[in-house]
Design a protein around this ligand. Structure first.
Ligand code: FAQ
Length: 313
């Protein structure tokens, strides 16, 4: 490494340590750029693929009110994907390349969206637990060091908090409904609890990306810290619903002032992120199909932009 590069890297770190934001035109190490492209694009893919499990229930929502709320929520998730793709594009990669990486399996999306939604209670559990986990992570990402990513997070967090509450409302209705509805709510919690905990990624001592992510303040809290924060706020919410968290080892630890939990099934996690979860193939096939069907929209938009550009010249 040349002395000039060493000095640039040091200045960059000093700038980050002073809590300054890195903006698209600023000099940045190649690894910093690549780390952000990877994380932001995987985040964007998660938002967009995450529309599928819930989209499955729009036509079967139990009331017009429920349908309107679910439609709005799913549209929000699509919007989050768009903000995030735009943030990634400021790092010099095109939307087409990002989608290609997803289709070729080079880019991941959150493991949690590879589980099926079997009934209406699952829509409540997704809002409560999946959006609840997402917002726990995203609140910390509002302080991420890359400016466009941090700004996208502010808006996204406001919407995710509403999503969490709409999910909790569904769970509340079902948990206080008929014995069958209550059983559905408990069953949904049983199926979504562990996948929600897996959203935070491997334990800190197994997470290869955490060190650099934290050094560059791209990540502002570690996987385990965020998971614990989520557990500590969600367990009392389950108690309020009168539902049981499906973890026989869960108990309050007065010494740490936190809940202790059982271990996540990491084999299952690795299976899901390597493409072998219950719905991986279905999610990706659907995305590819819809992407192909939408080719004419992209062509029309590109032709319109080119025509406008020609008129301006
Ligand atoms: N699923 O070394 P680490 C939402 C990968 S948004 C799949 O710990 P890092 C909204 C990881 O990418 C949910 N892959 O990595 C919504 C890395 O792979 P790579 C998404 C996972 O980056 C709600 C490898 O394992 N949120 O839900 C997972 O330091 C409802 C090693 O892991 C974000 O993306 C996983 N669970 O930490 C939408 C937030 N965990 O790239 C619709 C931004 C880990 O080396 C409905 N992302 N991996 O091939 C992050 O905060 C971080 O990237 C982590 C992972 C925490 C996900």
């Amino acid at each position: 490494m040349t002395i000039e590069l060493q000095e640039k890297l040091q200045d960059f770190q000093t700038y980050i340590d002073a809590e300054e934001k890195i903006e698209p035109g600023d000099w940045m190490p190649d690894d910093y750029r690549a780390h952000n492209v990877r994380q932001i694009s995987q985040h964007a893919h998660s938002e967009v693929i995450g529309m599928q499990p819930e989209g499955n229930w729009i036509t079967r929502a139990p009331s017009l009110r429920a349908k309107k709320i679910l439609l709005a929520k799913i549209q929000d998730e699509g919007g989050h994907g768009l903000y995030l793709y735009s943030a990634a594009e400021t790092l010099g990669i095109s939307r087409d390349e990002l989608i290609e990486q997803l289709h070729e399996g080079k880019a991941k999306y959150s493991s949690v969206f590879n589980y099926p939604t079997l009934n209406w209670a699952d829509i409540g559990a997704i809002g409560w637990l999946v959006d609840g986990a997402a917002v726990t992570n995203q609140l910390s990402l509002r302080r991420t060091s890359y400016g466009p990513y941090a700004r996208a997070m502010f808006r996204i967090c406001n919407e995710e908090s509403f999503h969490q509450r709409q999910g909790y409302e569904i769970m509340m209705k079902m948990a206080n409904g008929t014995p069958e509805q209550r059983e559905m709510a408990q069953d949904a919690l049983n199926r979504w609890w562990w996948p929600a905990l897996m959203m935070f990624g491997p334990h800190d001592n197994q997470s290869q990306r955490t060190h650099k992510g934290m050094m560059w303040k791209i990540k502002r809290a570690s996987n385990d810290e965020l998971r614990q924060r989520f557990i500590d706020k969600t367990v009392p919410q389950a108690e309020f619903l009168g539902l049981t968290i499906p973890d026989p080892d869960l108990r309050w630890n007065p010494d740490t002032n936190q809940y202790d939990t059982g271990e996540i099934n990491w084999d299952e996690f690795h299976q899901v992120i390597s493409g072998n979860g219950p719905c991986n193939r279905e999610r990706m096939d659907h995305h590819k199909k819809v992407h192909e069907e939408g080719a004419w929209v992209r062509e029309a938009a590109a032709a319109f932009a080119a025509k406008k550009q020609a008129q301006q010249n």
